[in-house]
Design a protein. Structure first.
Length: 384
């Protein structure tokens, strides 16, 4: 059944929209690109939403102006990563061509100014991220990690070298550390300490690090691996990691809640169709309690916690998005139009969820986040 869509307009609060009784969500906005949606990103102020497609399209929704702008049309090459600078002045995108694309954003209603593409010479780019609270953009190209300073609009003098092709990268929430993973090694740099960047701390891996994410509170680092295992480093990466094995497939998707827990925030991992919610209960070798979330029938392609809460969204190839509470209970399933969901992004206010599917349809739902998920009462216990 095809659900009717409404044209883009500024998101309203869920209370104003008035969801159906007993329901957290109802559809508000949707639209279409020509190819499968590969990436979504919100600006820090929540006024812009950017989405990229497997056909190289880049669409910018401007909610202040109530307008949308197709910055890049359908091409023969995919865009796979998109993001806004911390100050909202720049939008970046990259993918199959190996070029970094940058736009300078003006005031609301003004068309963004495209800058000259930058060919980094490392082939396909699918890992790039802006520094939280800082000016740097980190871009992985082959074995090199490049840093662009948006304040000076210049690249650092030399890229950071890695022993293999970089497959994942992540900034810590305070912007002081940058982690990058390849086959056999994880490196952690501290570019926030100045330039030249100090030599990295290097950790040996038995496989390739496919997913990397720092927690906000505490600075834990999680790394999902190709060999169907998961590593979690303790607070500020001090000490050896915990290791978890036996996943049904490679562990590519990870997410931390930004709500502090007794020992660590909640961690979610996805492998094949299985989502696992992890709660740290002690400091020992069996410190983490796993809670499998079994509902999806096909591979999970994205995970995201609502900002400021323990409400988790998971997107699957079975054409559904599931909303889970902090104890692992399914609160509400959202159905698309029989196409795999491939990307998720919460608006920074935590009240709106964007999703994109394999047929190029994007969705934006207002979400009535339960108060218990915001006050942390469902985020697990202090001990077993």
């Amino acid at each position: 059944m095809r659900t009717p869509c409404r044209p883009a307009s500024p998101p309203a609060s869920p209370e104003m929209e008035g969801a159906e009784p007993g329901s957290l969500v109802r559809e508000q906005l949707c639209g279409d690109l020509q190819q499968a949606i590969t990436a979504l990103a919100w600006s820090a102020d929540g006024e812009f939403l950017a989405m990229a497609s497997a056909g190289g399209e880049l669409l910018l929704l401007d909610f202040r102006a109530g307008a949308q702008d197709l910055l890049r049309g359908d091409r023969d090459s995919s865009l796979d990563v998109v993001g806004f600078s911390n100050d909202g002045q720049f939008l970046m995108a990259a993918g199959q061509t190996g070029e970094l694309l940058l736009w300078e954003l003006g005031d609301s209603g003004m068309r963004p100014l495209a800058m000259d593409p930058v060919d980094l010479g490392g082939g396909w780019i699918d890992a790039a991220a802006w520094q939280p609270g800082g000016p740097f953009l980190a871009v992985a190209a082959g074995r090199q990690l490049h840093l662009w300073n948006s304040a000076s609009r210049q690249w650092t003098e030399a890229p950071l070298e890695h022993p293999g092709t970089i497959q994942s990268l992540a900034w810590s929430a305070d912007g002081t550390r940058l982690a990058a993973g390849c086959h056999g090694e994880l490196a952690i740099w501290e570019p926030g300490l100045g330039y030249p960047v100090p030599l990295p701390r290097r950790e040996s891996l038995l496989s390739a690090g496919l997913g990397l994410v720092f927690s906000g509170p505490g600075g834990h680092l999680a790394c999902g691996l190709l060999d169907r295992s998961l590593l979690v480093w303790p607070r500020d990466c001090h000490g050896p990691p915990w290791q978890f094995n036996g996943f049904p497939a490679k562990v590519r998707h990870l997410a931390w809640s930004d709500r502090p827990g007794p020992l660590a925030p909640l961690l979610a991992s996805a492998s094949a169709e299985v989502v696992i919610l992890w709660t740290q209960t002690n400091q020992g070798s069996s410190a983490w309690k796993p809670e499998p979330l079994l509902w999806h029938e096909q591979r999970v392609n994205a995970l995201a916690f609502s900002p400021g809460s323990t409400l988790l969204a998971s997107a699957s190839s079975d054409g559904t998005v599931a909303l889970w509470d902090g104890t692992g209970d399914l609160l509400e399933p959202l159905e698309g139009q029989d196409a795999a969901f491939q990307a998720l992004a919460w608006r920074p206010d935590g009240w709106h969820l964007a999703a994109g599917d394999a047929r190029g349809r994007w969705w934006l739902w207002p979400v009535e986040v339960p108060e218990r998920e915001r006050d942390g009462s469902c985020s697990g216990s202090d001990s077993d």
